[in-house]
Design a protein around this ligand. Structure first.
Ligand code: NAP
Length: 292
């Protein structure tokens, strides 16, 4: 199986097969016009270093995606997203090798099946391709996305006007560093659960029972619930047992400071899922890839 940085993978036990760590490097401008630059990046490049490079080169679009752990090749698999921007917003195409045939293939955006933290490489084509490079379409003009309350509050607190995307980059770095554990210091796989989608009717019913509940309206009369709020409100934040736990500043992040086995972490995840189902009648899906 191919592995990028390993930051979004949980091994349930020892893996008996071959693991290939993708370390393909390189950045190349493959096209350019007055508005955009098309940048092809090797799948093994570090994601955050790419974001830094783009900021320094005044190529815009990735600033909200700063400090996401992992590699460039893993980014489309999960369609990484943060603070209102997703990889697919800047994605042009990727190159991949089909594992069975060894044939190199190009996937354009429409072929990748991008969804919320999702792509065809997590679904129908799981385990079938090794992504070797990703081409991004980056803007020469700043295009700032700053709707998230966390960002707005940050700028309000600083009392500065938002004038450049570099400010967003700095803000995202600061906010993430203040509330998310660095996986190098405290082992974790980022957000452990996806934000669940419920119907508007269900959301209204939950609001009656839990007035502080956090939800964001989506298309098709659905509402995205903040899974972190559900877990926090259920009292799990700061919980520790058997070397694993729930991060004290962000309840969506499960941590493994005791270097426990994957199955211990997954047992805690199952307990939380069960509790959330009983309390709110809402199912939580695990976000990282679980390798059995
Ligand atoms: P937050 O700012 O405390 O917000 C809580 C949740 O509310 C987030 O999950 C976010 O959904 C949603 N939200 C907030 N403002 C929204 C808006 N204006 N419109 C729609 N949805 C909104 O979240 P956080 O946990 O500190 O994370 C901040 C950002 O970094 C989020 O985008 C989060 O997804 C991302 N992040 C991702 C991971 C990962 O491992 N995948 C880890 C850490 C942080 P979304 O999650 O859909 O954005």
């Amino acid at each position: 199986m191919p592995l990028g940085g390993g930051s979004n993978v949980v091994f349930a036990g020892d893996f008996p097969g071959l693991i290939i760590r993708i370390q393909i490097q390189g950045r190349e401008i493959v096209d350019e016009n007055s508005e955009f630059v098309w940048l092809r990046v090797g799948a093994g490049e570090n994601w955050h270093q790419l974001v830094e490079y783009c900021i320094d080169s005044q190529l815009w679009g990735l600033e909200n995606l700063a400090l996401i752990p992992g590699t460039v090749g893993a980014a489309p698999v999960q369609n990484i997203g943060a603070y209102g921007v997703e990889l697919c917003d800047c994605f042009e195409e990727l190159r991949a090798v089909e594992i069975n045939s060894g044939v190199a293939v190009t996937f354009i955006r429409e072929a990748c099946g991008f969804g919320y933290r999702d792509s065809i490489f997590k679904g129908k084509l799981k385990g079938q391709y090794i992504i070797t490079s990703v081409t991004l379409k980056l803007s020469k003009q700043p295009r700032m996305v700053c709707d998230y309350p966390a960002l707005q509050q940050h700028f309000k607190r600083l009392g500065v006007a938002l004038e450049s995307p570099r400010q967003i980059y700095n803000a995202v770095c600061e906010i993430r560093q203040s509330k998310l554990p660095d996986p190098v210091e405290i082992p974790n796989a980022g957000s452990f659960f996806q934000n669940p989608l419920v119907s508007e009717a269900k959301y209204k019913q939950l609001q009656q029972q839990f007035p502080g509940i956090v939800g964001y309206p989506q298309d098709h009369q659905m509402v995205k619930l903040a899974a972190g709020w559900l877990i926090d409100n259920a009292g799990w934040r700061g919980f520790n047992e058997g070397g694993v736990g729930v991060h004290e500043k962000q309840a969506l992040v499960l941590i493994n400071p005791g270097h426990a086995k994957g199955k211990t972490l997954l047992a805690l995840a199952a307990k939380i899922q069960h509790d959330i189902l009983i309390r709110y009648d809402v199912s939580l899906a695990i976000e990282p890839q679980v390798v059995d």
